[in-house]
Unconditional design. Structure first.
Length: 323
């Protein structure tokens, strides 16, 4: 979707499209080059649609585009350039419709998933500020018929809706182009131009919804990224607090171990002091005991000597006195 088309106001469409509408109206009588470019554009559109997200609702449009492209190639080979051109334009429109519808539905799913993710993160992180998440833009249903007659009113409503300002400008331009060509067409050209106009208006509706949903998804992605940053910050804060608690616990354990070691050292020192006292007391008592024993032995020796001396005195013969 090219924003450069956003400056095309609705009032400019007649000036730009009148010559184109007349050219389309005169297709039967004008000499145009072979529709090689139209077929190539249809191929590219079909390839883009087939490469998109598989959606069951667009299978019919893709199948129709394949059939129309094959018919366009066959018509060109037979030299029926006008038929080939019309079929190629129809194939491109069907393929573009399938692509836009697939994009819209894929974007709606993305918005739903991201809304769930953001709501869950808000609740988990405790940062729910009460703001409402964006309500997904409703995806318009695919038209049941190729042309219903209300296409001009639908495009006018799309242009007037403030939600879609600045989105799908190119697709809306092509839808208006197809409606203007239909308005200028002759009666026998109207059926195919009605179908083309119906598809182009539907493409504009689908593309506008897809682009707006993609913007909503991008905004939710931004919110999710901010919440993930907050989650990382909270996780880092929790890790810091846990590390601080672990440090304090380790410090307390170290202090307790130091206290126990100091107590053990004090107890060991007290034991050593007590043992030294006991040893000192024992040495003193032993010295006293030895001294007492030595004294006792000395007394016994002296006693023995005295007894011996006394015994010798009794055994010696007495001398007779002189007359």
């Amino acid at each position: 979707m090219n924003p450069s088309f956003a400056h095309f106001g609705k009032f400019l469409y007649p000036r730009w499209l009148a010559p184109l509408a007349l050219a389309v109206a005169c297709t039967a009588c004008a000499t145009l080059p072979p529709p090689t470019a139209e077929l190539e554009q249809a191929r590219q559109a079909l390839n883009r649609a087939e490469a998109g997200t598989p959606v069951a609702e667009v299978d019919a449009s893709i199948a129709q585009a394949r059939s129309e492209l094959a018919a366009a190639q066959a018509a060109m080979e037979r030299g029926k350039d006008n038929d080939a051109r019309s079929l190629a334009l129809a194939a491109a429109a069907d393929a573009d419709l399938a692509h836009a519808a697939s994009q819209a539905r894929g974007a709606a799913q993305s918005v739903q998933q991201r809304s769930t993710d953001v709501a869950s993160l808000r609740q988990t992180l405790g940062v729910d500020d009460g703001s409402m998440l964006p309500v997904p833009i409703p995806v318009p249903p695919l038209p049941a018929t190729a042309y219903s007659g209300d296409e001009a009113a639908r495009l006018q409503a799309l242009n007037a809706d403030p939600r879609y300002q600045g989105v799908a400008a190119y697709e809306r331009f092509r839808a208006q182009q197809a409606l203007d060509a239909l308005a200028a067409a002759r009666s026998k050209q109207r059926p195919e131009l009605q179908a083309l106009a119906g598809k182009r208006v539907a493409i504009a509706e689908q593309a506008a919804a897809a682009e707006l949903l993609q913007r909503q998804a991008a905004d939710l992605d931004r919110q999710r990224s901010e919440l993930m940053v907050e989650a990382s910050r909270q996780e880092a804060e929790r890790a810091r607090q846990e590390a601080e608690q672990a440090r304090l616990q380790a410090q307390m354990q170290a202090e307790e171990a130091e206290r126990l070691r100091a107590a053990a050292d004090a107890e060991a020192q007290a034991r050593q002091s007590a043992e030294a006292v006991v040893q000192d007391v024992s040495a003193s008592e032993r010295a006293k005991l030895k001294a007492a024993r030595d004294r006792e032995a000395e007394l016994a020796r002296q006693e023995a000597e005295l007894r011996k001396a006394a015994g010798e005195s009794q055994d010696a013969p007495k001398k007779k006195p002189k007359r």
